[in-house]
Design a protein around this ligand. Structure first.
Ligand SMILES: Cc1ncc(COP(=O)(O)O)c(C=O)c1O
Length: 418
């Protein structure tokens, strides 16, 4: 990580910025590959599409979970072929399908979409292997399914297979399920994976041919709040090995995929913003920061949800909101003679632009910095940066060798990073 002087130097150039740490990203992604032998990981680009971040994760052997044509293109530009880019999203347009059909494995999200892909493949003179996203007849916690805008209900999909098998331009070769993000209970995740292996068996039997891939989606959470316990991926990997051994008896060739966004990058990013002003009003001290709601939305959403929900523990709704204490607010200078109770607000013309209320921090003055943790995933990509036409935060990448990059270009600091 950078020291205070280096961060201050960056803050003089950029009024606010994200800083992604390569070393930390490489560690979290290598850990998954090491602990889950036999599983292939996909990076969910939607969580953070910064080019340096994407390149870093793919360099560790990840494939791509693409949620749009643009994300398919990012995968291709990084040298991945069709079998390592999985394009799964509801409501793909004809253009999306036409332009991704050569580059990605398409995952149909509805009965209509299976038909549409078959038609477009026919028009292009192709026969393509595709997957279908299934809304299974179970959830993480229950043994029955629930209604969803995503995927095709398990029963509908199984009933449609005879029809799909008459379509000349597609072949169903895989299934994809994604039910939940930010799960920190390792037993719950394992139980879900077990259900997924059984689902694969059902589909393979009805399809009457080997499944080429089983994409189990995401679910792995990270510790945001102080009450959160990190996932024990060593233990999970060992349990997964036992399940895989059994699975391999009936599925010797099937690729088993897990997607992650936040696990790869969530804890590897910080958001740095500058104190622009300070004032008191009827006994409250307000510290006014640059680009909060419009630069890193999630802490403001946490405040909003808390304000308008009933009860002390509003239900989390990822990726927008996890927990009230999901983000730590560190200060630079980090020490001060005195502390004070403040409300941290942003510089937008809306009273909803609040990221912390009544917190005790070292006394801050204009020009000082606030660093917000856990900003690596669903940070820049979720924030409404057009509001008030303010400058957007920069996105900086700190390489393992200590160099800093913005959009692939090195930034030189007067104070060396190594
Ligand atoms: C289909 C799908 N896969 C993977 C993810 C990534 O989830 P996470 O960042 O929690 O790993 C998401 C997130 O919304 C998703 O919708």
């Amino acid at each position: 990580m950078l020291n205070e002087t280096q961060l201050q130097e960056l803050a003089r150039r950029y009024v606010s910025f994200y800083l992604y740490d390569e070393k930390s990203i490489l560690e979290s992604t290598a850990q998954l590959i090491r602990d889950f032998e036999g599983i292939q990981f996909l990076y969910s680009i939607k969580s953070n599409h910064n080019p340096d971040v994407v390149q870093c994760i793919l360099s560790n052997g990840f494939g791509v979970d693409a949620a749009s044509l643009k994300e398919v293109e990012i995968g291709s530009e990084n040298g991945l072929g069709q079998t390592n880019i999985f394009y799964s999203a509801p409501g793909k347009t004809e253009r999306d399908i036409q332009n991704s059909i050569h580059r990605a494995t398409l995952i149909a999200d509805s009965l209509n979409e299976v038909e549409r892909i078959n038609q477009i493949a026919g028009e292009l003179g192709l026969t393509v292997s595709i997957g279908v996203r299934i809304n299974p007849n179970f959830t993480f916690d229950e043994s029955h399914g629930v209604s969803s805008k995503f995927g095709i209900d398990e029963e509908q999909a199984l009933a449609a297979i005879p029809l799909w098998q008459t379509y000349p331009n597609i072949k169903i070769t895989g299934i994809h399920v994604h039910l939940r993000s930010q799960e920190l209970n390792k037993e719950t995740l394992l139980r879900y994976y077990r259900k997924m292996f059984l689902l694969a068996e059902t589909f393979q039997t009805v399809l009457g041919c080997p499944l080429e891939f089983l994409n189990m989606g995401s679910g792995m959470g990270i510790e945001y709040s102080q009450q959160d316990t990190p996932l024990n991926t060593v233990w999970m990997g060992q349990q997964m090995q036992k399940m895989l051994q059994e699975f391999r008896l009936k599925f010797p060739q099937t690729r088993v995929l897990i997607e992650v966004g936040r696990y790869a990058v969530g804890k590897s990013g910080s958001y740095v913003t500058r104190v622009l002003d300070k004032k008191t009003s009827y006994g409250n001290t307000y510290v006014i920061l640059a680009n909060t709601l419009n630069g890193f939305l999630r802490p403001s959403i946490a405040r909003l949800v808390n304000k308008y929900a009933t009860g002390d523990f509003p239900v989390s709704s990822e990726p927008l909101f996890t927990a009230l204490d999901a983000f730590a607010f560190l200060t630079i200078p980090s020490v001060s003679q005195k502390t004070e109770t403040v409300t941290l607000v942003g510089n937008l013309c809306t009273a909803t632009d609040v990221i912390a209320e009544g917190i005790i921090l070292p006394a801050l003055e204009p020009g000082d910095l606030i660093i917000i943790t856990n900003a690596g995933s669903y940070g820049a990509v979720l924030s409404p940066m057009q509001f008030s036409s303010l400058d957007k935060p920069a996105e900086l990448f700190l390489s393992q060798s200590g160099k800093i990059y913005e959009n692939g270009h090195e930034i030189c600091l007067c104070h060396n990073t190594k």
